[in-house]
Design a binder for this molecule. Sequence first.
Ligand SMILES: Nc1ncnc2c1ncn2[C@@H]1O[C@H](COP(=O)(O)OP(=O)(O)OP(=O)(O)O)[C@@H](O)[C@H]1O
Ligand SMILES: [Mg+2]
Length: 288
Amino acid sequence: MNQARKLAEIVGSQNAGKNAKTRFLTITSGKGGVGKTTISANLGYLLAKRGFSVGILDADIGLANLDVMLGVKPQKTILNLMKGECGVEDILIKIDERFYLVPGESGGDILKFGEGYALERFFEEVKKLDFLDFIIIDTGAGIGESVQTFLKAADEAIVVTTPDPAAITDAYAMIKVLCDSRQRLLFILNQTQSDREGRQVFEKIRKVAEKNLPNVNLRLLGQLSRDSEVAKSVRGRYLFSKEFASSRSTANLNEILDAMLQLMERGVLETPEESGIGGFFKRLLTKF
Ligand SMILES: Nc1ncnc2c1ncn2[C@@H]1O[C@H](COP(=O)(O)OP(=O)(O)OP(=O)(O)O)[C@@H](O)[C@H]1O
Ligand SMILES: [Mg+2]
C-alpha cells in the first residue's frame, strides 16, 4: 500500500495535515512509580474524547510501559524512524478514536541517536504527525539529563507526585533542577486521600520552592485520588477513564484537563519560539 494512503487509513482522512501547532506535554516525576504512565494514558484518552487528536509517546522503557498498559505490541519504534528504516505510518498505533501511541525507546537512547546524525529526513518524516493537536510524552522518573532535555523542549512540563514524603523530596529536587530552564511547572497530585490533603501537600511544596527559588512558578492542575479501581485498571490493562467514564477518578482527570486547557489557551500567544512537531524535535535533538 502506498505510504500516504496507509497513514490516511490509520488516522482517518478527516484531519490529516490539519494543523502545524502540535503542543507537547511532558509528564514526569522525581520519584518512580507515582502514576506517570497511568495518568499519561488516561489523560490522553480523555483529551481525544474532547475532539483533539492525541499521540502519546513513550520515552521511558521500563517495566510498565505505555504499550503494556494499553495492551498493544509495537513492532517498530521512533528509533527505527530516526534511523530511516520506516515511515511514521509503520510505527503509529491507533488505540481509539483520535488517540494514538507513538512507540518509543528510553529517552537516553533517543537522544544518543540524535547526536551527530543527519536527521533532516527524520524531521521531514515526523511532520506527518502534525495532524496531532497534542503529544503527551511519558518520561522516566528523576533528574537525569535525558529527562531534562525532553522537559526543556516541551511546551509544558507536568510533574506528578504523591503525598509520600520521599516523592515530595524528589519532586522538590526536580523543581530545583528545572526552574532555570522553565519558569512554569504544572503539578498533578496523585493518590491523595482527600482534596484537602492534596492541596496541603502542594502548598507545602510551593512555599518551600518560592522561598528558595524566587523565579519559580508552580501551578496545581489538580489531583487524582487513591482509587483501587485505578490500580485494577493498570493490572487489567484497560483505561479506567474509558471503562468507568462516570467514576470519581475520571472526573478528577477531567478537572485536570479543564485546568490545563485553560492555562494553555492563555499561553498560546506567548510562545515565540518555533512550535509544532518540527520545532520540538529540532529543539530536542540539537539540544537547542
Ligand atoms: N490514583 C491511583 N490510585 C491507586 N493506585 C494508583 C493510582 N495511580 C497509580 N496507581 C498505582 O501505581 C502504580 C504505578 O503507576 P505507574 O506505572 O503509572 O507509575 P509511573 O510513575 O509511570 O512508574 P515508573 O516510574 O515506574 O514509570 C500502578 O501500578 C497503579 O497500580
Ligand atoms: Mg511509567
